[in-house]
Design a protein around this ligand. Structure first.
Ligand SMILES: Cc1cc2nc3c(=O)[nH]c(=O)nc-3n(C[C@H](O)[C@H](O)[C@H](O)COP(=O)(O)OP(=O)(O)OC[C@H]3O[C@@H](n4cnc5c(N)ncnc54)[C@H](O)[C@@H]3O)c2cc1C
Length: 706
């Protein structure tokens, strides 16, 4: 009953507002025209005026009517800066609290469905920081106030806390606006526009959000750094923890701008990518590709007889490749670039202190670039199996005859193809309905078909249940159990951020639910001078993204007191180096659908491309998502030979803001794989051609021919 009455009252109030078109009174012109009348009334009926003003403010805020800014300016115009601030403050706080309570009792479902995304971020903020979050929202008006009121109604914040925090945090902003209103009302001639007080009031209006932001940063910093003693001077401007892609680039950029930087690596410079990731995986893939092509030389009119693989030699070459690239990431190179390289286990002991080799080093900034490690799921019996992960795979010298790979992601697929081509009998066990879950189903289809044709058992929809003994895996498929025997098993089901054992716990550095380090858009952790990049924070576990993020850590750390840069994830490419390769940038159909992005899709199949036919590499396609009604590329996927190179044209298009028309107008060498991009653009052009005009053109030509 209470709910119903409240509901009817609200509907009535809103109807009155619209029926009498009350919004006409909530604009500057109306106020200016009626300034004299209202001022006269206020001076003769002061108390009534105050009460009516506060009542109007309460109703407008409680019902989230537009026009709070105008009413606030009016407060200044009719009551002056001091009293105006007081009356607005009373009205806005009571109104905001009522709006919050209305949302809590009445509008929960509606608010949640209508503003789901924005409310979600308010809720996460409140969960994380409680009343302080409300304080920051009110002080820096990044969110419209009516949304804060409605959103807060859905949280568990107490009414008293809401009232008090709102009152205090809205006060500075209220004063700035009321003051501007008061100064505006004194304006009686154009020359007054240049009066210092009016200019001052406007300047205050403009810089207030910045001042408020600084105030919040100050309070946040005080809260987070409480209990730590800041050193009087610092040994370094930046310490990077971890000598992988992320740490190396952080150190490189810091040194390039002449900051004093230390890079601490406990194991091998170059990290995962050089030693156990990108480099060895691409080296073994190349060996396997040669073997595969040699076995199929007969297709090209040649025959070299039986191809024998000496696996130990293959692995030796893999290590030779690592050695050849090692100097790029070496201590010698980085020392010559001005980085102080320290070999040892780093531990963060305070926001400004890192301990390594028993020595405490002080620093203005820290970048955590500690990487990730292979996740090993707790499958019963796994403890009895001498399983492999990407870290120790490269130490084997004996080729597994029967090789089981858990996981149908990029690492699992690359290794499946490499080992199968080298001669192992490979089975991929993938729980999901298809491999490459991050790509489209048409992509997975091409890769699965190719792997199956090469003899790989691609077991999608298969769940690893348990290991029995040391060489047998029991899987479940469509309700049936079956046993798969193996000589070696590779676990490649994902990688977990390395966040334990080097001080994050003691400092309470915040982690996300997926256990990566939580960072803001400037890549700062909850300590503004501690940054994180690369696999340890994600969201992309890719070398080029680690390097991309590292630039932000270095620049925001060293120059953040002047200007900070938000990390840009708008155009992110990635590739899987199977044969054919798969390369994607931007949206896939799945991601566009889930984010509600409208798109049109165009596809060009490589079995039509002259060069692909000549090379005998016709598996795959170019697929592009385009914004409807334009030639703007929203995302592209290429499946085919050298896809990781061909995708660059779409990466450039997205990054530099040109579209398919420009690609179509660009000369591509014939016969090249890159021509596929131009043909795709041609398909788009043909599908979007102005048919009506072409019909008239045809008639025109016919008429001219006579
Ligand atoms: C098999 C495989 C293939 C891959 N292929 C590709 C690919 O083709 N393309 C691509 O883009 N990406 C690829 N990746 C992913 C890529 O390797 C990672 O994204 C990248 O290496 C992440 O770099 P990082 O600097 O964040 O972490 P890492 O390279 O893991 O570096 C972290 C470093 O921190 C050190 N460290 C940790 N804790 C401490 C501490 N307390 N004190 C001192 N040092 C510490 C570690 O020893 C390590 O060297 C592949 C990964 C794997 C496993």
């Amino acid at each position: 009953m209470k709910k119903l009455i409240t509901f009817i009252a609200i509907v009535l109030a809103i109807s009155i507002f619209f029926y009498f078109d009350l919004s006409q009174y909530l604009n500057l012109n109306w106020l200016k025209e009626n300034h004299g009348h209202i001022s006269g009334y206020v001076s003769t009926h002061y108390l009534q005026s105050v009460l009516v003003f506060i009542a109007i403010y309460i109703v407008a805020t409680a019902l989230s009517f537009p026009g709070a800014t105008i009413i606030t300016l009016a407060g200044g115009a009719f009551f002056g800066s001091f009293w105006g601030t007081l009356y607005v403050s009373i009205g806005s706080t009571i109104g905001a609290t009522i709006a919050m309570l209305l949302a809590r009792t009445l509008l929960r479902d509606w608010v949640e469905s209508k503003f789901a995304n924005r409310i979600k971020s308010i809720n996460t903020g409140v969960e994380r920081e409680g009343a302080f979050y409300l304080f920051t929202l009110r002080l820096v008006p990044a969110f419209p106030f009516f949304l804060i009121n409605l959103g807060m109604g859905l949280t568990k914040i107490s009414v008293l806390k809401y009232f008090v925090v709102s009152q205090v945090s809205m006060l500075p902003g209220t004063f700035v606006y009321v003051n501007a209103g008061s100064e505006l009302s004194k304006l009686d001639s154009l020359s007054g526009i240049l009066s210092p007080t009016l200019l001052g009031a406007f300047a205050l209006l403009g810089v207030f959000p910045l001042i408020a932001k600084k105030i919040i940063e100050f309070f946040k910093a005080r809260k987070i750094y409480a209990g730590f003693k800041k050193p009087k001077h610092f040994d370094y401007d930046m310490i990077a923890i971890g000598g992988g892609s992320a740490g190396l680039v952080t150190a490189y950029i810091s040194a390039a701008v002449k900051a004093k930087v230390a890079l601490i690596e406990k194991h091998k410079m170059g990290g995962d990518c050089l030693n156990t990731g990108c480099v060895p995986s691409k080296a073994i893939l190349r060996a396997a590709k040669h073997v595969h092509h040699s076995r199929h030389l007969a297709d090209y009119g040649a025959d070299v007889g039986d191809i024998k693989v000496d696996f130990a030699k293959v692995m030796k070459r893999v290590h030779d490749v690592i050695k050849a690239i090692e100097p790029h990431d070496s201590i010698e190179r980085y020392t010559s670039l001005g980085v102080e390289c320290i070999t040892g286990d780093a531990e963060i002991i305070s926001p400004w202190e890192v301990k390594a080799n028993g020595k405490v080093l002080t620093t203005r900034n820290i970048t955590i670039a500690a990487g990730a490690f292979p996740f090993v799921p707790p499958i019963p019996g796994i403890e009895n199996v001498d399983y492999l992960v990407s870290d120790n795979l490269w130490n084997i010298t004996e080729q597994p005859k029967r090789f089981v790979i858990l996981g149908g992601g990029p690492i699992g697929l690359e290794m499946a193809q490499a080992f199968a081509r080298l001669g192992s009998e490979v089975s991929i066990i993938e729980m999901g309905p298809r491999v490459m879950s991050k790509e489209g189903s048409d992509v997975a289809e091409v890769i699965e078909k190719k792997l199956r044709a090469e003899g790989v058992h691609v077991l999608t929809g298969h769940k690893a249940l348990r290991f029995e003994g040391t060489h047998s895996l029991i899987v479940e498929h469509e309700g049936n159990e079956k046993s798969i025997e193996f000589d070696r098993v590779l676990v490649a089901v994902g990688r977990r951020a390395r966040t334990q054992g080097y001080g994050l716990e003691n400092l309470n550095i915040k982690l996300r639910p997926n256990s990566t380090i939580e960072t803001d858009e400037y890549l700062r952790t909850n300590y503004p001078n501690i940054f994180a990049c690369g696999d340890v924070t994600g969201p992309y576990q890719l070398t080029h993204m680690a390097a991309h993020q590292a630039w932000y850590c270095a620049v925001n750390g060293i120059f953040g007191f002047l200007k900070k840069f938000k990390v840009d994830y708008s155009v992110v490419p990635w590739a899987t180096y199977t044969d054919p390769e798969v390369a994607t940038v931007g949206h896939t159909e799945d991601s566009a659908k889930s984010e509600g992005v409208a798109y049109e899709v165009y596809k060009y199949h490589l079995d039509d491309l002259d060069r692909a036919i000549a090379d005998g590499e016709t598996d795959g396609f170019v697929k592009v998502l385009v914004r409807p009604g334009s030639d703007q590329v929203l995302g592209a996927t290429i499946v085919g030979a050298e896809a990781s190179v061909s995708i660059l044209e779409f990466v450039q298009a997205m990054k530099q803001g040109f579209g398919l028309n420009k690609i179509l107008g660009t000369i591509h060498p014939y016969p090249s794989l890159g021509e596929a991009n131009k043909y795709l653009a041609g398909i788009w052009k043909n599908a979007t051609k102005p048919q009506l005009i072409l019909n008239y053109l045809e008639k025109f030509h016919t008429w001219r021919r006579g």
